[in-house]
Design a protein around this ligand. Sequence first.
Ligand code: SAM
Ligand code: SF4
Length: 357
Amino acid sequence: MRDSFGREIGYLRVSVTDRCNFRCVYCMPEEGYPVSPKDELLTFEEIARLVHIAADLGVTKVRLTGGEPLIRRDLPVLIKKIREHREIRDVSCSTNAFLLPRFAKTLADAGLNRVNISLDTLDAGKFFRIARRGNLEQVLDGIEAAKRAGLHPIKINCVLMKGVNDDEAVEFARWTLREEVHVRFIELMPIRWNLDESLEYDSYQALHGGRGLIRLRIKEDEGMLDGAQMRRMVVPYTAVKERIEKEFGTMEPCEIITNGPAHTYKLMDAAGTIGFISQISADLCAKCNRLRLTADGQLRPCLMSDGELDMRTPLRTGATDKELSDLFLHVVKHKPERHYLAEGQKVMGRGMSQLGG
Ligand code: SAM
Ligand code: SF4
């Protein structure tokens, strides 16, 4: 599958639920966030059918995400179904790791290759202030369980927030010296839940040298960072890199397998690597090879653009494989070249836990 700009589309990110057992301050309000009714979520049969059709069209990599994918019951059953297509060579999962102590081995046995684990702090108190559920100890146990289960390489996704956990960048970097973990610092995206009917958008330039960001105005006080707070908390990756290099010396650029969109570096003699991901920077768009399937069955060609195509209705009203395959091609054909945030594009009808991050 090639899009109109010559990009080979080989990666499908599948959200299996919009629910989560955590409430990270930048992702979800603490209480009362809207979720899809259960009967609107795709069943495993429906997901597997779509993934297999995508695989016939050239998709070889699938990432399961959410919400928190591990809270979807019987996830290993889905992994096995996805794996039945021989062109699917890599199945990974983005998780907060809280349930990995219980499920890592079963998931690996079902055919999961690797995990990306979200972890923003190594301090137990701060952990609870950010995730507002769960606990650090069980997440660290989850990381160990993933290693024992052979879910390599282990990537740790860390969203840095100014004044909250940016002082820990050096500690995360130190971790890569002693262990083969691949820490990736993810730039905070000021994306809000669309809880308020009266969305207000603006773009701002200061932090990103002219590239715009989005702000959605939401009812205050439902326990999530508001747009203004998030904007203040963005830590540009150049600042993080500088801080790490001041402590440990210059990092060398490097590649790791399944590198993805990160700019990756390595400290001298380190076992692991350090990556930086800014999904806001349009420079990643040129390499974007992915489509996203939301938990409620909408196919999106771009995280940052609201266009999506309903696959659930045709799935449930007797569409043939050929018809569904044509819908995939239609979405690929309309994958935008890049996002247009800097030009004032107004986006984000969905929050991150509905999009699949
Ligand atoms: N629950 C799983 C997890 O946390 O890994 C998967 C879903 S989560 C939405 C996927 C990723 O999106 C996580 O790494 C999370 O840190 C990131 N994320 C969520 N909201 C974000 C935001 N506003 N800015 C940057 N990253 C965000
Ligand atoms: Fe849940 Fe992941 Fe969002 Fe945190 S980032 S609230 S773990 S979906």
